[in-house]
Ligand binder design. Structure first.
Ligand code: NAD
Length: 261
């Protein structure tokens, strides 16, 4: 298997895109460290599933990525239990939809902390051991919103543009170390994150659920279908392959043509 003996830390992997990435990496033999919130029994089941898929160890950290000390503890725990991560997938993300002059400042703080600052903290903590090994993959789940904007999502758009810029800078710093740093920018993927923003968007734009689906979400996506989490996971896996060693600092769109317009 491609990733035997590799340790992969996937943040926000108890749901949606992160879970699909964790499954795909485990199926290639990686020791996966899960992270994210959720029901304890369900998370135990996911951890067992990872072990079955990889035939190796799997772990879980409940670190809240808006908390710097919790991030330190997550990396230490992963290193103790599974080994230091040579694949870091910064995927955890949150969203809140409201006009900027109505946006709760504490939501701005939370979105910037989880979607952007956590990417800095995990990366700075993981890069030294990747450098020592001469091999590393940092894969950041950005978004089409790292390239273009939509109204009522100013903090999310700011954070995701930040992730794209951070990705480029760190790719340059690590280019000679066997480490690649990239982001994947999906369009709309059908996950709980998207499902949860429908009521707020209905309120913010005074629309029905059907109008939000067709006129807001899929209106920008020429394929008129949601991206599948497994499609994002397949690209993440490709970035771990030796053939992807020259892809670094890239922002790889997977958005059904959204940002081609
Ligand atoms: P999701 O809500 O299904 O999953 C989010 C994951 O992050 C969950 O595991 C959750 O527990 C975890 N998480 C949330 N807050 C956290 C915190 N403070 N600390 C630790 N973990 C936390 O969402 P998703 O759609 O799978 O999103 C994953 C990533 O993909 C996000 O970065 C999101 O911005 C990005 N993205 C999603 C879409 C989409 O349409 N779904 C599109 C583009 C980008």
């Amino acid at each position: 298997m491609l990733l035997t003996d590799k340790v992969a830390l996937v943040t926000g992997s108890t749901s949606g895109i992160g879970l699909a990435i964790a499954r795909t990496l485990a199926a290639e033999g990686a020791r996966v460290m899960l992270n994210g919130f959720g029901d304890k029994d369900e998370i135990d089941t996911l951890r067992e599933e990872m072990t079955k898929l990889s035939g190796d160890l799997a772990g879980y950290s409940d670190a809240d990525l808006s908390d710097r000390e919790a991030i330190d503890a997550m990396i230490a725990r992963c290193t103790d239990e599974l080994g230091s991560p040579s694949i870091l997938v910064n995927n955890a993300g949150i969203q809140h939809v409201a006009p900027v002059d109505d946006f709760p400042p504490e939501k701005w703080d939370a979105i910037l902390a989880v979607n952007l600052s956590a990417v800095f903290h995990t990366s700075r903590l993981c890069i030294p051991s990747m450098r020592q090994k001469g091999w590393g993959r940092i894969i950041n789940t950005a978004s089409a919103h790292s390239l273009v904007a939509s109204p009522n999502k100013a903090p999310y758009v700011a954070a995701k543009h930040g992730v794209a810029g951070f990705t480029k800078a760190v790719a340059l710093e690590t280019a000679r170390d066997g480490i690649t740093v990239n982001c994947i920018s999906p369009g709309y993927v059908w996950t709980p994150l998207v499902e949860k923003q429908i009521p707020d968007t209905m309120k913010a734009r005074n629309m029905t659920e059907e109008q939000v689906m067709n006129d807001v979400l899929l209106s920008a996506q020429p394929t008129k279908r949601f991206v599948e989490p497994v499609e994002v996971a397949a690209l993440a896996l490709f970035l771990c392959r030796p053939e992807a060693g020259s892809i670094t600092g890239a922002n790889l769109s997977m958005d059904g043509g959204w940002t081609a317009q």
